[in-house]
Design a protein around this ligand. Structure first.
Ligand SMILES: [Cu+2]
Length: 464
């Protein structure tokens, strides 16, 4: 993490970076200096140096905004500004965000704190910040035109209020909201309970569901898109560039998910059942919870769920809308499943000998072939695991549960090795003669026209 002065120093002369706490020591009690994040790596949790202790959250591919104490008030400085966000390796978007990144930094504080949040506007138009779910005075609610005038470009406004309840909240603009949220402006606001013994967890992960519509080869989101987004993101990041959720066996784990897209997302986690313990309205009483393996996150809402990490393994966590685990996908591609492309292929190969007909057997082959793409684009299906292509993109990651990971260690432990005898294996014994449908063109060689396996079903099962 750098402040702006450090960034300038590093850029101008390659001077050694100052310590990351320098900003707090050198600031006078005027405007707090605004910390700036220069990359998308998940930052280590920010444990409180003083005051009420709490277990800090981990924002995947994100970070927590530092604060300073000023006469008992926690002071933060958000800067609304244009940012360049790496959505994935090989793809950067020109977004609007806060303090150098989209999503903005996570604000963490404690129930009972008084906070003072300076918001500087470096956007080309006015903005405000709405504190979603927090109980506060009407004039601090951040609705442009209703609770306050917009913050003009170049100006700084101050929000100040008491945190009267703990829980899971968000912040986002309430000024030209459609455009500013489509451009990536949003962040988390986590209020820890003042009693550290209230529902403690060992790991506390944050995932903000957001979405962009960026044409392949371009950089700026189309802000008028309502539902047909082509990049489905967590914390403005797409798989396989979303970091895993690293967990030590027997940890108590909380995952808090917020949705600021324009459709619902059923978030499904493999390997466990779990219960919703908190919403943006507050903590859920134990007698009001029920077990789930998929939690639908409504638009404009947050859900936090918890589980005890007793099952070792690599467990997928993803949105269960299958179009949301794809990247940069066009929706007007015709379906070719079952289509006989042999005659077409012969004709095309007269002019383009390398032509490969695709899509007749499904689309998995697209994940294995590297096809040329425009600059600044990612493949539709991506990600390789220890056993081949994952054929996933967008809203997907992996919960990695391992023995003996130290508290505070979130580094990727690599792939899980299934113990002998616990992984699906191939049957190599005799296969009975299949007595189902006759050969269809699906399994046919596209050029010769010879049907390859006598029966496509038997052909699948008896691969060798
Ligand atoms: Cu989804």
């Amino acid at each position: 993490m750098m402040n702006r002065r450090q960034l300038l120093g590093a850029g101008a002369g390659g001077a050694a970076l100052l310590s990351t706490t320098a900003w707090a020591q050198t600031s006078n009690m005027g405007l707090p200096e605004a910390a700036l994040m220069d990359g998308p790596a998940t930052q280590p949790p920010a444990a409180p140096a003083s005051g009420v202790p709490y277990n800090p959250v981990v924002t995947l591919n994100g970070w927590t905004l530092p604060f300073r104490m000023n006469n008992g008030v926690k002071e933060f400085h958000l800067v609304a500004e244009p940012v360049e966000r790496e959505l994935a390796e090989g793809m950067t978007a020109y977004l609007w965000g806060y303090n150098g990144q989209s999503i903005g930094p996570t604000i963490e504080a404690v129930e009972g704190d008084r906070v003072r949040i300076f918001v500087t506007n470096r956007l080309p138009e006015h903005t405000t910040v709405h504190w979603h779910g927090l109980i506060l005075p009407s004039g601090m609610d951040g609705v442009g035109g209703l609770s306050q005038p917009g913050i003009p470009p170049g100006k700084t406004f101050v929000y100040e209020f008491d945190l009267v309840k703990s829980g899971t909240f968000m912040y986002h603009p309430h000024a030209d909201e459609m455009v500013q949220m489509a451009m990536g402006m949003m962040g988390f606001f986590i209020v820890h309970p003042k009693d550290p013994a209230f529902m403690p967890v060992d790991r506390d992960f944050l995932i903000m569901l957001n979405a962009f519509d960026i044409d392949p080869g371009s950089y700026v989101p189309k802000v008028m898109t309502m539902t047909d987004f082509n990049l489905w993101t967590w914390n403005s990041r797409i798989f396989p560039s979303i970091d895993p959720l690293v967990v030590s066996k027997n940890d108590r784990v909380r995952v808090r998910v917020g949705n600021l897209t324009m459709t619902n997302h059923p978030i499904h986690m493999h390997g466990y059942d779990f219960e919703v313990t908190c919403t943006d309205g507050g903590w859920v009483r134990p007698e009001a919870r029920w077990p789930e393996v998929t939690i639908d996150i409504p638009v404009g809402a947050m859900r936090a769920y918890e589980f005890d990490a007793v099952h070792l393994g690599d467990w997928a966590i993803h949105c269960h809308k299958s179009h949301h685990t794809m990247n940069a996908m066009g929706h007007d591609v015709p379906t070719f499943i079952g289509a006989d492309k042999r005659a077409l292929t012969r004709k095309i190969r007269l002019v383009q000998p390398e032509y490969m007909p695709m899509g007749s057997t499904g689309m998995a082959e697209m994940a294995e072939m590297s096809m040329p793409l425009p600059d600044n684009t990612v493949p539709m299906m991506a990600g390789w695991g220890p056993h081949g292509p994952l054929e996933m993109g967008g809203m997907f990651s992996v919960v990695k549960v391992r023995e003996g990971i130290s508290a505070g260690d979130y580094s990727d432990p690599g792939w899980y090795e299934n113990p002998p005898g616990t992984q699906a294996w191939e049957w190599t014994g005799d296969l009975p003669e299949a007595s189902r449908a006759a050969a269809s063109p699906v399994g046919a060689d596209p050029v010769s026209g010879t049907a390859q396996p006598e029966n496509p079903h038997a052909g699948h099962a008896g691969h060798n």
